[in-house]
Design a protein around this ligand. Structure first.
Ligand SMILES: [Zn+2]
Length: 101
């Protein structure tokens, strides 16, 4: 999966289309990501010993990574390419401007 935790992304489809947020968690097994403030669903939580506060909480739910695009500082939503830098390390680049992501 090309998108990683900490990346800033924009949602391309669905009810949160156009929203931007930080990737809180990447789930490669299912090809999904959890983005801060996106695909929020209300969870009814019972008060437990660990969480004294019961009630309705907002929870960010995973969305398919295909529905988000990484944000390049210059071009906005873009696709990810790869190239090798001077030290021979593989780095992610923006497909539009070629800048490192
Ligand atoms: Zn770019």
């Amino acid at each position: 999966m090309k998108i990683k935790k900490g990346d800033r992304v924009r949602v391309l489809t669905g009810k949160d289309r156009g929203k931007e947020g930080e990737v809180m968690r990447a789930i490669p097994e299912s090809g999904k990501v959890i983005v801060d403030g996106v695909n929020v669903s209300k969870r009814h939580q019972r008060a437990t010993r660990a969480t004294t506060q019961g009630g309705i909480i907002d929870k960010d739910m995973p969305i398919p990574v295909a529905n988000v695009a990484i944000l390049c500082p210059t071009d906005g939503a873009t696709r990810i390419g790869y190239r090798f830098d001077d030290q021979g390390r593989k780095v992610r680049i923006c497909r539009k401007c070629g800048g490192e992501l």
